[in-house]
Design a binder for this molecule. Structure first.
Ligand code: GLC
Length: 533
């Protein structure tokens, strides 16, 4: 397992905002404009999305075409040729391409669902979950839709039955217990593997298998008024059902038909359960570890989490950590802008594949969304509770030109551009010695350069309250990471001889921490990486 960072870009969103995804590639590899223009000419990138949705009721997670052909499927959408060109261009630049695979549901516009709902005896009827009404005519059980907390079943007048949707009613759930569904969906994976895709991020993989008896879910004893309404029941029977491990093995066996492909699962459960998704090395390669998104931002909590994770990982399993994604408030907003670099140093020095979200490397923060610009169905259904995901989905800030260089001046972008884009943007930060961007790149470079920082073991150290400290080491080297989680100065008498350590990189590039007589003097919000001989 290689542990270089994954970088999440919202490709469908780029297309939605501007019809321009070139920016993604320029950013990832810093290619020259000339090269990018050449790729643009050769590939018509401006129309690329691979797994296609034209409705975009849930930001593209309502898929209508899993495997495009050579014809343009609907206005403004790409063909397979475009996908080929993009994969090849990425591989030529030593980038891997990981696609988002949405196995749990399709768009209600997908031809399979149109057929399925057309009559009770349609051969594809059983491809989705159809159930008779309960005796009172209501939904078959109490399962809820994640986005509005109302019933997860919608009645279909035409055929007199309800269909299940874990999310929007426009996202009917697929029935993976039906062998034909399984075969068709596994062929989607093969289709893309055959075209050179390096892996999949599997959308809500732990929801795919449901209890086939459809029992009611129990109430959540911790729920109270004012909480996310969909959490008032415990999702015991429609999420993380034990049969999900069959699903994991089905997809894994397809990935294993190919060389060096990765499967990453979106799974939001506690660590003891999460690690079961590695199986015996026969399930997912990387069940996403979202704990950094949820733990209190305190050294003791992070230390306990890392130690628990390390203890629980099955033999041969490779860890991973996620710092941000399109479903959660931005890290600079969660931990505060002053702690954003500490968080980045943590992510990029922990043992495990790091995943960062576009814009976090320049310290982008959540953007307040005026009511009349809200896009996310979650916010539209349950307004004002902070559930909406638009604030973290605003356009990437490339430069200080109008619309942050994301699209031409005068265009109204899909979501508003952050007010700070004139200073918080890629071009400006490329020129600043002490910028967040340059800092992030140095961290990535150090991680590439030193095997111990990449693959080495991790050992947490006892340190004063407010400081998280750990060692990364292997036979080629040893490093010490010291992170001040507070806005106060901290000092620590290092538990190693002063001459054994040498500062390599500080979050405060221009005025790094002092080390005198074995005492490390950290500034507020400072993180320090030291070589340790
Ligand atoms: C996943 C996606 C999220 C989407 C949901 C339903 O959680 O990350 O954005 O809304 O699945 O498809």
């Amino acid at each position: 397992m290689n542990s270089l960072p994954f970088y999440i870009v919202d490709v469908f969103a780029e297309e939605k905002y501007t019809g321009n995804q070139l920016a993604v590639f320029r950013h990832a590899q810093e290619l020259s404009d000339e090269t990018m223009q050449k790729i643009a000419r050769e590939t018509n990138f401006s129309e690329t999305t691979f797994i296609l949705s034209d409705a975009k009721r849930d930001g593209g997670y309502d898929v209508r075409i899993f495997t495009p052909g050579t014809e343009v499927p609907f206005a403004g959408h790409p063909t397979l040729g475009t996908a080929h060109a993009l994969i090849e261009a990425a591989h030529n630049r030593d980038l891997k391409v990981i696609l988002d695979f949405v196995p749990g549901h399709t768009s209600d516009q997908h031809p399979w669902f149109r057929e399925s709902r057309s009559s009770r005896d349609n051969p594809r009827r059983d491809w989705y979950f159809w159930q008779d009404p309960a005796v009172d005519g209501g939904p078959p059980n109490n399962w809820l839709s994640r986005f509005d907390g109302k019933s997860g079943w919608t009645f279909d007048e035409h055929t007199g039955q309800y269909y299940l949707h874990s999310f929007l009613k426009e996202q009917p759930d697929l029935n993976w217990r039906n062998p034909d569904v399984r075969a068709a969906m596994l062929d989607v994976l093969r289709f893309w593997f055959d075209r050179g895709v390096d892996g999949f991020r599997i959308d809500v993989s732990y929801r795919v298998m449901k209890d086939p008896q459809f029992p009611d879910n129990p109430p959540n004893p911790d729920w109270h008024e004012g909480m996310d309404p969909s959490l008032r029941l415990l999702e015991k029977h429609n999420k993380n059902h034990p049969d999900v491990h069959h699903f994991n093995r089905w997809v894994r066996s397809v990935a294993d038909e190919y060389d060096r492909r990765v499967l990453i699962g979106e799974i939001n459960v506690a660590l003891p359960n999460l690690v079961q998704h590695y199986g015996q090395g026969d399930e997912l390669h990387l069940p996403f570890n979202f704990r950094l998104l949820r733990e209190p931002w305190e050294p003791a909590a992070i230390r306990a989490m890392v130690e628990q994770y390390e203890r629980l990982l099955p033999a041969g399993a490779w860890p991973n950590y996620v710092l941000g994604n399109h479903d959660i408030h931005r890290v600079a907003t969660r931990v505060g802008p002053d702690q954003a670099r500490v968080a980045m140093m943590l992510l990029l020095t922990l043992r495990g594949t790091p995943t960062m979200y576009y814009g976090d490397e320049i310290g982008m923060e959540d953007v307040p969304i005026p009511l009349d610009r809200v896009q996310d169905p979650w916010e539209l259904f349950v307004p004002g509770m902070g559930l909406g995901r638009d604030p973290e989905r605003t356009p990437m800030q490339w430069d200080d030109a109008p619309n942050a260089g994301f699209c031409p001046a005068g265009v109204t972008t899909w979501l508003p551009i952050a007010a700070d884009y004139e200073t918080v943007n890629v071009v400006t930060q490329q020129m600043q010695e002490d910028s967040m961007l340059r800092f992030t790149r140095r961290l990535i470079a150090l991680r590439r350069e030193h095997p111990a920082l990449n693959m080495g073991a991790i050992k947490m150290l006892d340190a004063p309250e407010g400081i998280l400290a750990y060692v990364r080491e292997d036979e080629t080297g040893r490093f010490l990471v010291v992170l001040n989680f507070t806005g106060e100065p901290q000092s620590w008498t290092l538990p190693v001889p002063e001459q054994a350590v040498q500062p390599l990189l500080s979050t405060h590039a221009l005025t790094p921490a002092g080390l005198e007589a074995g005492v490390l003097a950290l500034q507020p919000d400072e993180g320090l990486l030291l070589a340790y001989n």
